[in-house]
Design a protein around this ligand. Structure first.
Ligand SMILES: [Zn+2]
Length: 307
């Protein structure tokens, strides 16, 4: 009996030694991997975001940013104020997606101000202090007077249609990466950088034209199957790794969702596909940030706080 106990003690100590010796190796291995990150955003305040997407996010404890159209709250198929309050109480971020979801560039200055400023006040009146705006239809994101009004009233703003948000301040990583052109997203990054360098307006207002990717747009453009959309999703979120180090985020995919339901609407994603995407991010160790984690300072420019 004693011998038996000793045998176990020896085995146990041996295992402890192995653990002690292997842990620094494991730690250094994980530090050498570039950080993978994503921001999950929702536009339009659809009720399906609450009924279908939130429970999936909850399963993985992922927190997102929800952009609300103030005048659409409590309308058919939209969230009510209680839903939105629950989101905020549970750690999700609330942002403004204007008052009425109109194309800003088509409006008079008075109405532009109403859509941008009044929506912030409206959300405030209902208990939400928002610092972030998202452009309806991505419209007006190249219009100086619109950008100025946004800049006077919000900390940052999100538009669309680039697969990754590239932080210019991380240019050292970026310059090395754009040289190899084997990735089809590279050209877009390069184009984006060149345009940004040439276009002072966009450069000055970069924090108000943060780009995200409306994933459902693929559905619209070519009738891709859910399988193909999932493959594209993986390709996009993984394409950031060459811009990132183990501690620095040089590029981050900002995912934009609208409805999450079983309809065949262009701006809807099937909950099963949504779950697959969220599960992928979880299983592959993605760090999930919110729009409020995108910060600006003179020294580092636009970046993810702490990275
Ligand atoms: Zn919208």
């Amino acid at each position: 009996m004693e011998i038996f106990t000793m045998y176990y003690l020896i085995i146990y100590s041996f295992e402890m030694i192995i653990l002690l010796f292997s842990s620094p190796i494991l730690i250094s291995y994980s530090l050498a991997e570039p950080i993978k990150a994503a921001i999950i955003t929702f536009d339009d305040g659809m009720l399906s975001q609450f009924t279908y997407a939130k429970p999936i996010l909850d399963n993985y404890n992922f927190k997102a940013t929800f952009y609300i159209i103030c005048n659409s709250v409590d309308k058919e198929n939209r969230m009510n104020w209680n839903n939105i309050q629950t989101l905020e109480e549970e750690g999700h971020e609330i942002g403004s997606h204007s008052m009425n979801h109109k194309r800003l560039s088509k409006l008079s200055e008075e109405n532009i101000k109403y859509e941008i400023i009044e929506s912030k006040r409206c959300l405030q009146e209902n208990g939400f202090n928002v610092t972030s705006f998202s452009f309806p239809y991505n419209d007006g994101d190249n219009n100086e007077s619109i950008l100025k009004i946004i800049a006077d009233n919000y900390y940052i703003a999100r538009t669309a249609s680039e697969p990754l948000m590239l932080f210019q301040c991380r240019s050292e990583t970026v310059e090395n990466s754009v040289e190899d052109n084997d990735n089809k997203y590279e050209n877009q990054f390069h184009k984006y950088l060149t345009e940004n360098n040439e276009n002072e307006l966009q450069s000055d207002f970069k924090r108000y034209t943060i780009t995200g990717l409306s994933h459902e747009a693929y559905k619209k453009s070519g009738g891709h199957s859910d399988e193909e959309m999932f493959e594209q999703f993986i390709e996009i979120v993984e394409s950031q790794t060459k811009y990132n180090t183990e501690t620095t985020i040089g590029a981050i995919p900002i995912l934009i969702y609208h409805s999450v339901d079983y309809s065949v609407d262009d701006y809807s994603i099937n909950p099963n596909l949504f779950e697959k995407e969220i599960e992928y991010l979880f299983e592959n160790g993605y760090k999930i940030f919110q729009m409020k984690d995108v910060v600006y300072d003179n020294e580092e420019g636009l970046h993810i706080q702490g990275h």
